[in-house]
Design a protein around this ligand. Structure first.
Ligand SMILES: Nc1ncnc2c1ncn2[C@@H]1O[C@H](COP(=O)(O)OP(=O)(O)OP(=O)(O)O)[C@@H](O)[C@H]1O
Ligand SMILES: [Mg+2]
Length: 499
C-alpha cells in the first residue's frame, strides 16, 4: 500500500482536534494540510487535491454536510470521511448519500482512522470511476422518523445511503418489530424514485386466493366477483417502488410470478393474456429465515437470489440498547406533539430497567410500553408502577433490583441515569465494559469476519449477563451457566486480567 504518500486534508473548526489528529498522522509520515472552516477547506481541497479529506460535521459557518456537497460538486472523486460527535440518523444517511466515503464518530479510535485511510487508498487504487449520488428532494418529512445512533444502526443508515440511489432490489431482514417497514420507506425516500409512487403490500395479510389479483390485477369476469377489470399494485406502481412486506409468507405460485416481474419487467393480469410492461423497483422484507425456507423448498431459490442482491439486516433492539433512551425520548416527544400525552421523562429506575429488558418484541414492544405508560402516568414522569406486568415479572424472575436509584431524582431520558448496584458489579469484572459493549464487540467481529476470540466473547457476555441478573451472586450464576463455582471464579479472574 502506498499509504505513506497519502495527502490528507483535515477540515475542522476545533483547533485542538485538528492539531492532535494532524500530529498523529504526521508522525505516521502522512502529508497533512489543515483548514479551519468549510469555506477554507473547499479552497484548499481544490488547490491541493488531497487523497483523503477528514471533514467535521458541526462547524460554525458552512456546515459539514454543505461543505461535503460543495466538495463533491467540485470533484466527485474526492474521498471524504465525515467526523462527528453526534451520530444522528439524518447525518449518517445524508453523508453517505452525498458521497462521503465513510463516517467516523468522535472521539476517534486511531486504529479505525488508519484502517479508513487504508480503505480509501485501496479504493482509489482499484476504482477510478465512482457513481454520482444526486442530492434528492427534501427528505425533511421523515427526518424525525427513525432513531438510531448506536453503531449497528449507523451501519444500517450507511447501507441505505449507499443503496438507495441505485436500482437494486433490496431485501430487509430482521425480527418482528425491528423497523423493517420504516427502513423500506427510507430507502424509497432517498432513492431517485422518490417522486414516483410507493406502494406497500403486506403479503401475510392478504388471503391466498386474492394476493395475485391484488399484485397483478385481474380482467373482468376472470373469477366470481371480478365484475370489473382491476389494475394490480405492480401496474399502479409503474415508475415507482413496491414494498412486498412479509414476502416469506408468499405462496410458491405467486413467487413464480414475482420472479417474472423481476426478470422480464412484465406482468399478466389474472385471467388475461396480454403482457404489460412495468418498471418497478422492489424492496422486500421478512422476519422469516429465507435460507432455511429455500432448504425446505418453501421458498423459490431463484427468487431468493434475485431478492438477496442487497440485504439490510436490522439488529434486534437488544443488540442496540444504546438507542433505547433516544427512542423513548422520541416516542414521548411525538406523543406530546400529537396531544396524546403530557409525559416528558422517565424515572431513573424505569430508565435502568428498560435499558436492560430484553425486548422480545423489539421497537414495537417498546413503543407499546411507552404509549401505555404515558397514558397511565399521573404526573409528567413515567414511574415503575406505570410499566406493564410482563416487565415487572421479568425483573422479579431475574432478580433485578428495581429500586436501584433509591428513589433518586428522575432523569431526562437523554441524560445519564444513576447506575444500579449490579451494573457496578459487572463493570468491576471487565473495566468499563458492560454486557452491551461485549455484544457490540462480538457483532463487530462477526461483521468483519474476524472469528477469533468470539467464543471467549460469548462466554464473557454470558457470565456478565447472568451476574447482572443474579445481582452478582456467584452461586446462582454458576448454577445458571451450568459450571462450577470454581470455574466461574477462574473465568472472572481471567477477564479481570484482560480488562
Ligand atoms: N429506529 C426506529 N426509530 C423510531 N421508531 C421505530 C424505529 N424502528 C421501529 N420503529 C417503530 O416501531 C414500530 C415497528 O416497526 P415496523 O412496523 O417497521 O417493524 P417491522 O420490522 O416491520 O415488524 P414486523 O416484522 O412485525 O412487521 C413502528 O411503529 C415503527 O414506527
Ligand atoms: Mg412490518
Amino acid at each position: 500500500m502506498n499509504e505513506k504518500s497519502a495527502k490528507i486534508l483535515i477540515i475542522d473548526d476545533d483547533d485542538e482536534i485538528r492539531y492532535s489528529l494532524a500530529r498523529v498522522l504526521q508522525r505516521r509520515d502522512f502529508e497533512v494540510i489543515e483548514a479551519g472552516s468549510g469555506e477554507d477547506g473547499i479552497k484548499v481541497a481544490v488547490k491541493e487535491i488531497p487523497d483523503i479529506i477528514f471533514l467535521d460535521n458541526r462547524m460554525g459557518g458552512m456546515s459539514g454536510l454543505e461543505t461535503l456537497q460543495h466538495l463533491m460538486g467540485e470533484r466527485d472523486s474526492f474521498h471524504v470521511i465525515m467526523m462527528t460527535a453526534y451520530g444522528t440518523t439524518q447525518t449518517a444517511i445524508e453523508a453517505m448519500k452525498f458521497g462521503a466515503f465513510d463516517y467516523i464518530m468522535k472521539p476517534f479510535d486511531m486504529d479505525k482512522v488508519l484502517s479508513l485511510i487504508d480503505a480509501v487508498m485501496e479504493a482509489k487504487a482499484d476504482r477510478e470511476s465512482t457513481e454520482d449520488y444526486e442530492p434528492l428532494l427534501n427528505s425533511d418529512d421523515y427526518k424525525e422518523g427513525i432513531v438510531g445512533s448506536s453503531q449497528p444502526m449507523q451501519e444500517v443508515f450507511k447501507q441505505i445511503g449507499q443503496l438507495a440511489a441505485s436500482e437494486v432490489t433490496i431485501l430487509i431482514t430482521g425480527e418482528s418489530g425491528t423497523g423493517k417497514e420504516l427502513i423500506a420507506k427510507a430507502v424509497y425516500q432517498h432513492s431517485l424514485r422518490s417522486g414516483g409512487p410507493y406502494i406497500a403490500v403486506n403479503c401475510a395479510a392478504i388471503p391466498e386466493n386474492l394476493i395475485e389479483s391484488e399484485l397483478f390485477g385481474h380482467e373482468k369476469g376472470s373469477f366470481t366477483g371480478a365484475a370489473q377489470m382491476r389494475k394490480g399494485k405492480f401496474e399502479l406502481c409503474d415508475g415507482g417502488t413496491i414494498f412486498l412486506d412479509e414476502i416469506g409468507d408468499m405462496e410458491l405460485s405467486t413467487q413464480t410470478k414475482v420472479l417474472r416481474v423481476l426478470q422480464e419487467g412484465e406482468i399478466q393480469r389474472v385471467g388475461g393474456s396480454d403482457t404489460i410492461k412495468v418498471n418497478v423497483r422492489l424492496v422486500a422484507a421478512t422476519n422469516k429465515n429465507l435460507e432455511k425456507m429455500v432448504g425446505k423448498k418453501a421458498f423459490r431459490e431463484d427468487l431468493y437470489y434475485r431478492l438477496n442482491v442487497a440485504r439490510i439486516r436490522l439488529p434486534n433492539l437488544h443488540e442496540r440498547s444504546d438507542d433505547i433512551p433516544e427512542l423513548i425520548d422520541f416516542m414521548l416527544q411525538r406523543l406530546v406533539k400529537q396531544n396524546k400525552g403530557k409525559v416528558k421523562r422517565i424515572s431513573s429506575d424505569v430508565h435502568n430497567l428498560l435499558k436492560r429488558y430484553p425486548w422480545p418484541g423489539n421497537v414495537r414492544e417498546l413503543e407499546n410500553v411507552v404509549n401505555r405508560a404515558s397514558v397511565i402516568a399521573q404526573g409528567d414522569t413515567i414511574l415503575l408502577k406505570d410499566l406493564p406486568p410482563e416487565i415487572h415479572e421479568w425483573a422479579t424472575k431475574n432478580h433485578i433490583d428495581l429500586r436501584s436509584g433509591n428513589g433518586g431524582p428522575s432523569t431526562d431520558v437523554g441524560g445519564f441515569a444513576a447506575k444500579s448496584s449490579d451494573e457496578v458489579i459487572v463493570e468491576s469484572i471487565s473495566g468499563s465494559n458492560t454486557t452491551q459493549s461485549a455484544y457490540d464487540q462480538l457483532y463487530t467481529n462477526l461483521r468483519s469476519e474476524n472469528a477469533e476470540g468470539i467464543l471467549g466473547l460469548i462466554e464473557k457476555a454470558m457470565i456478565e449477563r447472568s451476574l447482572t441478573e443474579t445481582g452478582g451472586n456467584q452461586v446462582k450464576t454458576a448454577a445458571i451457566l451450568g459450571i462450577t463455582r470454581a470455574t466461574l471464579r477462574k473465568r472472572i479472574e481471567l477477564y479481570k486480567e484482560e480488562a
